[in-house]
Design a protein. Structure first.
Length: 573
């Protein structure tokens, strides 16, 4: 007998079938969904259970719906999943019922025969306010003619545990007039699925039309399949190749917000909702209960119930401020770091408050927040600053040179979404790592001039790519890189800094400058991954004086504003 594991494997089967239908490779699907080809292969071949966030991205990549990937299995009954949290059952008016029925489909007719009542599936068409179906003479469905009959059709959305049903009750008759029969045959888009000779048409003229729908708050709107869309040049334009690495435009991905009930998290959620609205992307609300492995624990049940209620309240608050934003809720049983990472995948942007309660305690000031920032491959936004911080129309990106072009594109897109100016800021420290002695004082002016030229090169590349975007550059020298960046945040709507991703994910991607910004910045800070560290292990491009590896401590080499082997410290957070 097939069980839940069989159903899970069917998700992979449907993914593979849809991918082959579109003529896509696993690499194509992974690129679209912001995943890895290996995971797509694992999903197709194993009994994998993807998160709802990834399932929605995968459905988008395959130009279908999450329901199509999780439901419609011929070997299992629909509705084997759990009920949604606090579903609402609403009545449908007659017009809505007819809209649900559409023009044709599969429904069920109730029949009373010699052996008692029966309910049988039939292929139906809708014509002139009636529902008609084909059967054969002497068949059980044909016995409904000449009396009152009941007809039902429904739809089950497995992905969100929701659906609708429509019931028609009224007299049924046999259709014999040749013109009427010909009209029904023309309307029928398919022969009966059961096959065989079925030339008897039965029509039901309903005297009563009723329907009901299960509504789940936070689920995306019902929608049909979109036209197939291949990886065109326009879509490929969302990607850029730099130094042999492929960077995806994550501003086209969902916005993930951590929820814990604290005022700071509330501010972060509203900021994230505004970001989702600008991007025209969904907002995913995530709450971590820390109850993994405690399925029967009463405290765990209470934590889950409280988490569901918190997510529902938060979603309602978002709907009141941003009614056009699609909100997806996720209650995660594990820890907050993994919950946010799992939901974001490789295509989302994570948004958190600078501190929190419960599952996000001391967020961004303690180990949880650092885990989010230092272990992610997607941008992480830490919402800081006063609530009455006036908009400045400026996005600041702290950059080094043209090597930062890939991640600086993120800052450029953020500026474009806000119709703001992009300010490229290069901060460098002319002092050695001891902070007391100048190194090669006669070269200081030359270093500054070189940095200005490099900044112009970076700015010109961004202007060419983002037509109409105003890009300014500024090169600052000083002993405190963190202090200069905190000062710059006073006149910014968003401050973007780059962080390396250590090889094999070993080591931290944030250092003391980013720490200082997360404590003291006057506006939200976004930490954008740069990719694999170019200078890890003390090999930080010694060919140029004043350079350093990346935004992290590397065995004594300098961070932003520190000094690497070979000269004064450089800017780059």
């Amino acid at each position: 007998m097939p069980g839940p594991e069989h159903h899970r494997a069917d998700i992979g089967r449907r993914v593979a079938a849809r991918r082959e239908e579109l003529g896509l490779s696993r690499e194509d699907v992974a690129l679209r969904a912001g995943s890895a080809p290996g995971y797509i292969a694992y999903l197709e071949e194993q009994a994998a259970v993807p998160s709802m966030g990834f399932l929605l991205r995968l459905a988008e990549a395959l130009d279908t719906t999450a329901a199509a990937l999780t439901g419609g299995d011929a070997e299992l009954p629909p509705g084997i999943g759990r009920a949604a949290y606090r579903p609402e059952l609403v009545e449908l008016d007659p017009d809505e019922c007819w809209r649900m029925l559409g023009t044709h489909g599969v429904g069920r007719v109730a029949v009373t025969g010699h052996e008692g009542p029966a309910i049988l599936p039939v292929n139906y068409v809708v014509a002139e306010g009636e529902v008609a179906f084909r059967t054969s003479s002497g068949s059980l469905p044909g016995r409904v003619a000449g009396g009152d009959a009941a007809f039902e059709a429904d739809h089950i959305d497995e992905a969100f545990s929701r659906g609708w049903s429509v019931l028609l009750v009224g007299p049924a008759r046999t259709v014999t007039e040749p013109g009427a029969v010909r009209a029904l045959e023309e309307r029928a888009l398919s022969a009966p699925w059961a096959g065989g000779e079925r030339d008897l048409w039965i029509a039901l003229a309903p005297a009563r039309v009723t329907g009901r729908r299960i509504v789940v708050r936070g689920a995306p709107p019902d929608g049909g399949r979109r036209p197939a869309r291949h990886l065109t040049a326009a879509r490929a334009g969302r990607l850029t190749t730099h130094g042999g690495a492929m960077y995806q435009d994550v501003t086209n991905g969902p916005v993930i917000a951590g929820v814990d009930g604290s005022p700071e998290a509330g501010d972060a959620v509203l900021w994230a909702a505004g970001e989702a609205y600008r991007r025209k992307q969904p907002l995913h609300l995530v709450h971590a209960t820390g109850t993994e492995g405690r399925a029967t624990d009463r405290a765990a049940e209470e934590a889950r119930a409280a988490g569901h209620e918190l997510l529902a309240r938060t979603a309602e608050g978002v709907a009141g401020r941003f009614p056009d934003v699609t909100v997806v809720r996720r209650l995660a049983p594990g820890d907050p770091v993994h919950a946010l990472h799992d939901e974001a995948g490789t295509a989302g942007t994570v948004v958190v408050g600078h501190r929190g309660l419960g599952g996000f305690a001391e967020l961004m000031l303690g180990s949880v927040g650092l885990g989010v920032a230092s272990r992610t491959r997607v941008p992480v936004v830490v919402v800081r600053g006063a609530r009455d911080h006036a908009a400045t129309g400026v996005v600041v990106a702290c950059v080094r040179d043209e090597r930062d072009h890939p991640w600086a594109r993120y800052a450029a897109r953020e500026a474009a979404l806000r119709h703001a100016t992009l300010r490229l800021l290069n901060v460098w420290n002319p002092l050695s790592h001891t902070g007391t002695a100048l190194t090669m004082l006669d070269d200081i002016d030359g270093i500054a001039q070189q940095r200005v030229r490099e900044m112009h090169t970076l700015a010109d590349g961004l202007r060419a790519e983002f037509a109409g975007l105003t890009v300014t550059i500024e090169v600052e020298g000083g002993r405190s890189t963190a202090g200069l960046l905190v000062q710059a945040s006073r006149e910014a709507d968003l401050l973007a800094v780059g962080a390396h991703h250590p090889p094999l994910s070993i080591g931290r991607s944030v250092g003391h400058v980013v720490h200082a910004l997360l404590h003291h910045a006057h506006c939200p800070v976004v930490i954008v991954p740069r990719g694999t560290d170019e200078g890890h292990g003390g090999h930080a491009r010694h060919g140029r004086r004043g350079e350093q590896g990346e935004t992290g401590e590397h065995g004594g080499t300098g961070e932003t504003g520190g000094a690497a082997a070979g000269g004064p410290g450089s800017a780059g957070p």
